[in-house]
Design a protein around this ligand. Structure first.
Ligand code: NIG
Ligand code: FE
Length: 416
């Protein structure tokens, strides 16, 4: 569904450009008062000062939205989530509160494997309706594009099922959120391959990835590159093959220990390396040189009581940093955009302007969509967020509370 819309009397707040913003460019936003954004058939056709045409009948075939001085930003892009899954893991959260670590729960057969079982049991309808509920909640916080990963099937049938749920949500005519699917078959080793990780990688390469590609079910291929999960060598083998098949690469890198995932992302030309809590100095400079988007997920560090990724240092080293939620049932059962803003600014020392770029244009770049979304510019999709007032500093300041008044998707207005 696309529409014609004119938004006027806006305080426009947007990064500018059609590719990722790196280093200090991340802090450069265009802020314009008394601005108008015109959207025709879902695409932005004018951005600039109010022209007054809304008063004289020129816009007969447009919906009119008077922003009354409120901030209007690009729709937020949540470029790393696992929002399609069965079951929950509240008991595991309780064990972690008592001091058990994320990895020790995983090693004794809980963690991702427990969600795998629930996902295999859930079936299409239950998976889809739960995922759709998450999309609605995200949209209320200003998200207009979300990436979602498979990785809770860990067998061909259920991996494909998760991706088909995303495809169906992505093609819903009334969708408020665009959905971008990623294949993450290498999320954990399923029980049937326990102790045979290399054979599981072979299975993914031989039996699953070609089908995902053939059916056009995922654009990206990701791997949980971590000590005790998939080694650097196994990740390299899987991702190099994925790249040959035409997938664009992503990595869960250096989340629990400093393994060299950031370096591997740079070596393989991945579009993004994600988490990076323990990325080395060398990994940071390699990402900056290779143009890998450093996707930081502060809600996960918060929920796991781990130190935050070195966001400030990454930006100062010239990286393009994106922020995302990592919504998943285990390490981070939250898709809170407001809390992501607050943690990024308070603990990772991003400025508000940088955090806005990280959740819009750089998130779009992490999904190879910076040419289409992520800023309010002529030629891009009419995806916007209207805040409750004229002060964009509310985004981190209003801690954990939602200051989004309205979201606009392809020129269609959705009050929250
Ligand atoms: O991004 N670390 C690996 N994957 C997810 C967690 C998945 C889960 O625990 O279910 C993450 O943190
Ligand atoms: Fe993740």
């Amino acid at each position: 569904m696309t529409e014609n819309l004119i938004v006027f009397n806006a305080r426009l707040v947007t990064p500018q450009g059609f590719s990722a913003r790196c280093g200090k460019e991340m802090g450069e936003l265009l802020v314009m008062d008394n601005a108008t954004v015109e959207v025709t058939d879902g695409i932005i056709t004018y951005v600039g000062p109010n022209r007054g045409e809304e008063r004289d009948g020129y816009y007969q075939h447009y919906w009119h939205y008077n922003a009354r001085g409120r901030c209007v930003l690009p729709g937020f892009v949540d470029s790393h989530t696992h929002f399609v899954f069965g079951g929950e893991r509240a008991e595991e959260f309780g064990w972690r509160l008592k001091g058990e670590s994320y990895m020790s729960i995983m090693q004794r057969g809980g963690g991702i494997t427990s969600t795998m079982k629930a996902t295999r049991d859930a079936g299409y309808i239950r998976l889809r309706s739960k995922a759709e509920d998450f999309l609605k909640q995200m949209n209320h916080m200003g998200v207009t594009t979300v990436e979602g990963k498979s990785g809770y099937g860990l067998d061909k049938e259920t991996e494909l099922l998760q991706l088909k749920v995303m495809r169906s949500l992505a093609s819903d005519e009334h969708r408020r959120v665009d959905v971008v699917p990623t294949f993450l078959g290498a999320h954990a080793v399923p029980p049937e391959y326990q102790g045979r990780t290399d054979e599981y990688v072979d299975y993914l390469i031989r039996d699953v990835m070609p089908v995902v590609k053939e059916q056009g079910l995922a654009e990206f291929c990701d791997v949980f590159c971590e000590e005790g999960v998939f080694s650097i060598e196994q990740s390299r083998r899987l991702l190099a093959t994925a790249s040959d098949m035409g997938f664009v690469l992503k990595l869960h890198a250096d989340e629990i220990v400093s393994l060299g995932g950031a370096e591997l992302a740079a070596e393989l030309g991945a579009v993004s390396a994600d988490h990076l809590l323990h990325a080395s100095d060398q990994g940071i400079s390699r990402m900056a040189e290779a143009g890998v988007v450093a996707t930081l997920l502060p809600l996960t560090a918060f929920a796991l009581r781990e130190p935050y990724a070195r966001g400030r240092e990454m930006i100062d080293a010239g990286c393009a940093v994106a922020l995302a939620t990592d919504l998943n049932p285990g390490s981070c059962f939250s898709g809170s955009i407001p809390l992501t803003f607050a943690l990024a600014c308070i603990y990772m020392h991003l400025t508000v302007e940088e955090a806005i770029t990280a959740l819009t244009l750089n998130g779009a770049a992490a999904l190879r969509r910076a040419d289409r979304i992520g800023s309010i510019e002529v030629g891009k999709q009419g995806d916007m967020v209207v805040l409750m007032n004229d002060n964009f500093h509310f985004l981190p300041y209003y801690i954990g509370m939602n200051c989004v008044h309205t979201t606009i998707k392809g020129g269609v207005i959705y009050p929250t």
